[in-house]
Design a protein around this ligand. Sequence first.
Ligand code: G6P
Length: 612
Amino acid sequence: MCGIVAYVGNREAAPLILKGLKRLEYRGYDSAGIALLNGDGLKIYKKKGKVADLEALIADKVLHATIGIGHTRWATHGEPNDVNAHPHYSFGKRLAIIHNGIIENYSTIKQSLIKKGYEFQSQTDTEVLVNFIEDIQKNKNCSTEEAVRLALQEVVGAYAIVVMDAETPGQLVAARKGSPLVIGVGENEFFFASDATPIIEYTKDVVYLNDYEIAVVNDEGLNIKNLENQEKDPFIQTVELELEAIEKGGYDHFMLKEIFEQPRSIADCMRGRLNADEALILLGGLRNHIDKLAKAKRIVFVACGTSWHAGLVGEYLFEELARINVEVEYASEFRYRNPIIKEGDFIIAISQSGETADTLAALELAKSKGAVILGVCNVVGSSISRITDAGVYTHAGPEIGVASTKAFTAQVTVLTLMAIATAKAKGTINEDTFRRLLFEMAAIPQKVEQILQKAEEIKDISKLFTFASNFIFLGRGLNFPVALEGALKLKEISYIHAEGYPAAEMKHGPIALIDEDMPVVFIATKDSSYEKVVSNIQEVKARKGRVIAIVSEGDVDVKKMVDFAIEIPNTHEILMPLLTVVPLQLLSYYIAVMRGRNVDQPRNLAKSVTVE
Ligand code: G6P
């Protein structure tokens, strides 16, 4: 949520920062801005809208500067407009700040500053923070670094900030608590960004700033201290991320590229972990935990959004295969409920970004109550992956489309591997089932590829539903979470109201909505609930609903009943979600494109939700 880019070195800062902001636009895109410092002083340019609008605003300006800070915003305090956009000047215009996060006690600080004569241009908490820093700097006659440090000791909330001081050209001061911040370390140049994507074009050497740390970069280099003013050794790591992974590669949208990457991303996720020929699952990150997991009394998955749906799939998997009691919690509910956590409980966070504020806080709470906390994350080095006791990376590669696709299938792949490995360790599945599951899993990427070959067919079906106002998605068992995910995808990117339900639950409410205008998507693959789903389809058809069904290859019965059927390959029942979700992703994508939506950056959403 909100993207931060800052640069100091010898290059032209403006084009570099704008390019970086475009790479981070998935984090927020309601307004953008840039502050540059040169011999003419400190200047801020900002604009409601996308980074492209900011680019147009500054197109005719001479912006020579080798130091600057930039921001792309997802509004929290104050509507998205030019004034509320970042960067913000301090009252005396000496400082400029960019901020990702929320200052919870901004109102009290603001009142005390108003009493001292400070005036505010915007409604943001960020402008309060920069004035607070300036006020301390004036009163104590101290350095920017010191003023930032003292200010942050008073601040309640979450932040990643970068501050530029007109009186200290060549220096940037940054800090973090709760919101991510990566420092790129080049030759006589430094970069700050919310993730590594704006940096890797210039350097692969990065430092992930930790909570409560302040970084200062200037011609003396990089210096990190904590809020208590103790020096910290910067831990420089090499990011293994190639530029092509964060570009569209010829696809119209990142989302389409990411849907089509799934055969590869699922294979990458299993690489080195699954060996069907030798009947082995090796999850390096959980080497010392699988046996303990096998003895777990209870597993609690905590997650948000699509990752929560992956958790629901995980619930079925662990219960079915490993016979472990599982609960799946919205992280935001779990953290505020004084949850009961007992010895032998495992709390597992699922998060693509590894930065979602609620998921992170839920984990911290569980940790404070003595639970073993594990993580299933996509972003290497993310906050969740760093605070967990152990975990498994999903290795799906960067996911840039706001609506999650390949991260979901990678999460489900990891959870499936974990559940099978745990079941094997616990002895709740026999050797035959174990081997069969491994072979079936190894075949999944190729089966996903087969489904993707039906993209044109799915596009043709989508055309007929472009102007629907509502949709219902129904499935049973492991396909119930997939129905939820199908509905969420459609809602997120097309703005069509959509609901996912367990197919049997339809009779307890949603059936009242069904008429000839209501499209109903059924996941009706050949599994243990097939016959029951068939009855549910009949109930919908009897009320003239229009049915699209995801069916197993060779299905005859459902195909006769429904308006449209999309055939997918067969696999073991527990692996079905990895296949059934793919046509739903494509359906949502094509409907949204046909409605003219911005599928990669749907309104009001952000990819990485770093505020609660
Ligand atoms: C946001 C994104 C969703 C994502 C959710 C959880 O709402 O738009 O796509 O599923 O956050 O994010 P996480 O990074 O924790 O998986």
